[in-house]
Design a binder for this molecule. Sequence first.
Ligand code: ADP
Ligand code: MG
Length: 243
Amino acid sequence: MDRGGFTMGRSGRSVPLVQGKAICKSFNSDIRRIEVLNELDFILEQGETVAITGPSGIGKSTLLHILGTLDRPDRGTLLFKNEDVFAFDPERLAAFRNESIGFVFQFHHLLAEFSALENAMMPLLINGRKKDEAEERAKGLLVKVGLQHRLTHRVNQLSGGEQQRVALARALVLSPALLLADEPTGNLDKKNSDHIHELLHELNRELGMTLVVVTHSSELAGYMARRVTLQEGRLVEEGDGIE
Ligand code: ADP
Ligand code: MG
C-alpha cells in the first residue's frame, strides 16, 4: 500500500484528511420533514480511526454516505485535504470516490455471479488498470484477508463472513485514503465478526489506514482510537479515546 501519499499516524498539524462544516441533511417523509444532520462539524485527521455509534435511525448511514460522497448534504461543505469535493464535476467526483474512498457495507453489495477475484478486481478495472496488474493486486488483498483458497469461487458460493472479506478486499484494492464501514459485522456470527474486527484493526496498525466505522459492536468500537456518537444531528465525542 504505497499510493495516495497520506501521512502515517495521527497528526494534528497536517491538513485534515476530511473536514465537514455545518453539514445539514433532512428527508421528507409522508407526514413530516426529518432533520437528520444539523450543522454537523467533523474533522478527521489522516490515519485516525473513529467509531460512530448511536441508536438505529439516528443518521449514521446518512453521515457515512455523505462522507463517502455517495449522497450530498442540503447545506454545508465537505473538504478532502482542503478540496471542496462536492464542487467537483460528476466525472471528477466519481474518479475521486473510486480512488480515495473504500466502502464496506453491512450487506456487501458484491456481484453474486462473479468470482471473489473478479469482484475484488472491479475497482481497478473501473480505474483503467491493466487486467494483469488488477489481478495481481486483487489476489494480494484476497490473500491478506485469508481467502487465498477461494479466489475463483463465485461469491454466492461463499459464506457470509467470506463475502464480507471479499468486500473488504474490494474496498482496499486501490489503497483508498479513507475506508468507510457501515456496520460491517452487523450481519455476521461471532467468529466471522472477530476476524473482520482483527483485519480492520490490523489495517490501521500496519498501513495507517484512516477508518470510520459505524458499529454496534463495543469490541470493534474499542479498537478505534476515537469514539463519537450522533445526537440531535451532531457528533459528540465520547472521550476516553487513546490519544
Ligand atoms: P442509521 O444508519 O443511524 O440507522 P439512517 O442514516 O439510515 O440511520 O437514517 C436516519 C433517518 O433518515 C431515518 O429516520 C431514516 O428513515 C431517514 N432516511 C434515511 N435515508 C432516507 C431516504 N433516502 N429517504 C427518506 N428518509 C430517509
Ligand atoms: Mg444505518
